[in-house]
Design a protein around this ligand. Structure first.
Ligand SMILES: NC(=O)c1ccc[n+]([C@@H]2O[C@H](COP(=O)([O-])OP(=O)(O)OC[C@H]3O[C@@H](n4cnc5c(N)ncnc54)[C@H](OP(=O)(O)O)[C@@H]3O)[C@@H](O)[C@H]2O)c1
Length: 528
């Protein structure tokens, strides 16, 4: 059952109140309704109307007829039939009357935009069967209109360069933002929502940065103006939809995910193929896995944006991105992979969020040691995966393509078709909750220390660990080849992250310690 809002214009307040008449009419026709006097809005329940229509009170005489006319479920009784002869004059009503077409304006005609256009063309007839609507791309906004496109521009579709060509076009119902960035993209996304156009976007950076503002705006527009962003986290994996609908009776304890395809590709190359960091990065860039600015990938920032969005869905919290500890893969060396192998596992860049027994949530993006018996250890190449531990479902794993033209476009298409079908998600980010974020968590840690050989190193490390309450589980040392530049590794028992930071600071100050010690959490307590 769909809710449709009718707003009374302020001018209507000075005219004899139409509400009693409207209420009587609706009730006598068995139409469900709610009148919200604060917003001067009347909400009807109707199963078939697609567009929300704003009717000015000046038109109320015809409003009463129109209300009855827009849906077959509102079949009027004979006493009202004369009202039905009146014409419908508002623009929005005209759009509703042309309800067998949904018109789309796309911002961005690149990798993802091109994929969306191709799939919409290829499956046009199927989408019509599925949604009852022809989905028509009317305009594509790009930076350079003269650039040759690697997809066929549909007939009747204009390539434009001004955002207003789409935003101000009242015949366009839906805006798809796949141009990227956080400044112009924000204007476009917010602008479209304000104009009553539903928005589909793949832009995780924008959502992570302006989630609060987007959320407030979504709450203020009517139900038919929807915001969808399935492609924004893990490209082709339907994780947003699942987080919105599959955990409503569950409690998520832990989310850990390989949520950046570029770094997973690089780590796989470094571990499995013995490639150096630079070789792995240049190969990832050649294959199109890296962002235009690879710092976003290798620094962990892209993963952090996605983690923030997932945390909003899992825990109802809007944590500041900068509060999430973020370490990329730039400090990793070959020796870390050797020690990980010795321990029976590998290294993955993970975004992890977990709720402790006190209901507080911590999160980080970091390289992590992952044992070979963990499902994430075998997720290789540019593939993404998210593992969710929860009370009811216990363990759920989502694996798939996190990027690329068709996987990402596929998620956008799912959103577009869902909107064409009239699906509504009144809370695109799930209900918010007052959950405390703590920048601390407990874990087993792997530490790698580079050193110049001298007497007493192990004793000093032991003393520092003891001072900060860190218990050592094991010490690993490959045969030393260079006495002035070697490395050994320590695996701790389960300890607080805050204690590890203190241990590392003390060790770094010692004269034998070469460079910054490296650390990473061990994904599971039962890692051995
Ligand atoms: N590619 C992926 O695998 C993937 C996966 C998940 C999410 N995403 C997200 O999807 C979005 C698009 O990514 P993409 O890979 O498709 O990017 P892309 O290939 O670089 O395409 C960007 C498109 O937007 C247009 N554009 C950029 N800035 C513009 C501006 N200021 N005004 C008008 N048009 C502008 C460009 O026009 P020109 O063609 O004229 O330059 C281009 O057509 C990003 O938010 C990205 O994070 C991408």
């Amino acid at each position: 059952m769909r809710m449709v809002s009718y707003l009374f214009s302020p001018a209507g307040r000075s005219t004899p109140s139409p509400r009693p008449r409207l209420v009587t009419l609706l009730a006598s026709n068995s139409i469900s309704f709610v009148i919200d006097y604060r917003s001067d809005c009347c909400v009807f329940k109707t199963p078939t109307v697609y567009q929300t229509m704003r009717l000015h009170l000046a038109m109320l005489a015809s409003t009463l007829s129109t209300v009855l006319r827009v849906s077959s479920s509102f079949a009027p009784k004979s006493s009202t039939s004369s009202l039905l002869q009146r014409s419908i004059t508002s623009t929005s009503l005209q759009m509703a009357s042309d309800s067998d077409t949904v018109t789309v304006g796309i911002f961005g005609g690149g990798t993802v935009g091109g994929g969306i256009v191709e799939i919409l063309s290829k499956k046009k007839d199927y989408f019509k069967q599925l949604s009852g609507k022809t989905i028509e791309v009317r305009k594509i906004c790009v930076r350079d209109a003269s650039k040759e496109r690697d997809f066929e521009v549909p007939s009747g579709c204009d390539i434009v360069t001004s955002y207003d060509d789409i935003l101000n076009d009242e015949s366009i119902d839906m805006a798809v933002e796949v141009m990227g960035g956080t400044t112009d993209a924000k204007d476009v996304v917010l602008g479209a929502l304000k104009k009553g156009k539903s928005v589909v976007t793949a832009n995780k950076a924008l959502i992570a940065k302006d989630l609060g503002e987007i959320e407030s705006l979504c709450a203020s527009v009517d139900d038919s103006t929807q915001f969808r962003y399935e492609a924004a986290v893990c490209g082709g994996i339907p994780i947003i939809r699942s987080m919105q609908s599959d955990f409503v009776g569950d409690n998520i304890k832990l989310m850990s995910g390989i949520i950046n395809g570029c770094t997973n590709f690089m780590l796989t190359s470094m571990d499995r193929d013995g490639k150096s960091y630079d070789e792995a990065l240049s190969q990832a860039s050649e294959l199109g896995y890296a962002e235009a600015d690879p710092t976003l990938d290798v620094g962990g920032f892209d993963a952090r944006s996605k983690l923030k969005i997932l945390m909003r869905l899992a825990y109802g919290m809007d944590v500041d991105e900068d509060d999430i500890s973020c370490r990329g893969i730039t400090e990793l060396t070959k020796i870390d992979f050797e020690y990980a192998k010795t321990l029976g596992g590998t290294i993955k860049l993970l975004g992890v969020a977990q709720m402790n027994d006190d209901g507080e949530v911590s999160a980080f993006v970091s390289p992590c040691y992952v044992g070979n018996d963990d499902p994430l250890s075998s997720v290789n190449g540019a593939t993404n995966a998210i593992e969710i531990l929860s009370d009811n479902l216990v363990e759920s794993i989502y694996i798939g393509q996190g990027a690329g033209r068709y996987p990402t476009a596929n998620s956008c298409i799912n959103d577009i078709v869902a909107l064409a079908k009239g699906d509504t998600t009144p809370l695109p980010f799930n209900p918010s909750a007052d959950v405390k974020f703590v920048n601390n968590y407990e874990s087993v840690f792997f530490l790698r220390l580079n050193y110049r050989d001298q007497v007493g190193i192990t004793r000093q490390v032991g003393e520092i660990c003891e001072k900060h309450g860190v218990s050592i589980h094991s010490i690993l040392q490959n045969p030393m080849t260079k006495s002035q530049d070697s490395a050994f590794a320590i695996v701790t028992e389960k300890v607080e992250y805050a204690a590890i930071l203190k241990v590392l600071a003390d060790i770094e100050a010692l004269n034998w310690c070469k460079g910054k010690p490296f650390y990473m959490p061990v994904l599971r307590e039962d890692w051995q």
